[in-house]
Design a protein around this ligand. Structure first.
Ligand SMILES: NC(=O)c1ccc[n+]([C@@H]2O[C@H](COP(=O)([O-])OP(=O)(O)OC[C@H]3O[C@@H](n4cnc5c(N)ncnc54)[C@H](OP(=O)(O)O)[C@@H]3O)[C@@H](O)[C@H]2O)c1
Length: 246
């Protein structure tokens, strides 16, 4: 039987590109996001890649945590069970601390932390009942060091990575794997307004690497692995003065 995966935030960027890679590999998919029109378009295109894969779509705002639990049950039922949950939905907004922009910070934490935690909790309930599963969280290299104007985003990505580490320890020997991915700059609408995007890769390349890392069930990895595995370590030790100019 085909492997099944659910992707949150599949209407754009990494989630959308990953859907194509997973369908090519023979997966059946549940794709969710708030923009259902975009998901319907993607479903049509993705289905053409592999006619034997089943693709279902559903409108889901991950900040509506009650609906996250309902959606996971519904979609798992439609696919005959879920093997992999990819908690990918996320936002990135520049936030200047102390300048009346706190609403952006709150939304960032609600989406990237609370929304992703609800997604992981709902999937874990399903996996515990099946006795197997694979949780995948999309953190960021922004989790490695707090950067100016990105306080809420960095906090959200460090927070969800630490949450997943704890989940991994709690689920030890429960036959549920946990993969934490830390992408660098991948060319998507999330960051295409930025002037500087070091070591940028295309979204197709990023999704290809992510699909490969998921299939290998790695515990954690930067995306791409090099140079971010080295740069990530450097970021942690750079003096604050250098970080403040970034
Ligand atoms: N691109 C990068 O360089 C990069 C680097 C590190 C980490 N990441 C992470 O990768 C993930 C995907 O980002 P991306 O670059 O592909 O950005 P993107 O193109 O802007 O896609 C973000 C996706 O998240 C969905 N989303 C946003 N808020 C949501 C909500 N409240 N409920 C449900 N879905 C929501 C969006 O769909 P709707 O608007 O239709 O809901 C969209 O499908 C994010 O978690 C991001 O932080 C990206």
């Amino acid at each position: 039987m085909a492997k099944t995966a659910m992707i949150t935030g599949a209407s754009s960027g990494i989630g959308e590109a990953l859907a194509f890679h997973l369908v090519e590999k023979g997966y059946s998919l549940a794709l969710t996001a708030r923009n259902i029109g975009k998901l319907e378009e993607i479903k049509e295109k993705v289905a053409k890649e592999n006619r034997s894969s089943k693709v279902v779509v559903r409108k889901l705002d991950v900040t509506d945590t009650g609906d996250v639990f309902t959606a996971v049950e519904e979609l798992a039922g439609q696919l005959g069970g879920l093997d992999i949950m990819i908690a990918n939905a996320g936002i990135a907004q520049a936030v200047h601390v102390g300048r009346g922009e706190f609403e952006n910070a709150r939304q960032t934490i609600e989406t990237n932390v609370i929304g992703a935690m609800a997604t992981i909790d709902a999937a874990t309930a399903h996996f515990l009942s099946r006795g197997k599963g694979h949780l995948v969280g999309i953190s960021s290299v922004a989790a490695f060091r707090g950067m100016p104007r990105n306080s809420a985003y960095c906090a959200s990505k460090a927070g969800i990575a630490m949450y997943l580490e704890a989940v991994r320890a709690e689920l030890f020997r429960k036959n549920i794997d946990v993969t934490i991915l830390y992408p660098g700059y991948i060319d998507t609408p999330l960051n295409n307004m930025l002037k500087s995007r070091p070591f940028l890769i295309t979204v197709e390349k990023g999704a290809e690497i992510i699909a490969r890392l998921i299939e290998k069930r790695v515990k954690s990895s930067t995306v791409p692995v090099f140079p971010w595995n080295i740069v990530g370590r450097l970021l942690k030790i750079l003096p604050t003065g250098a970080i403040s100019k970034m």
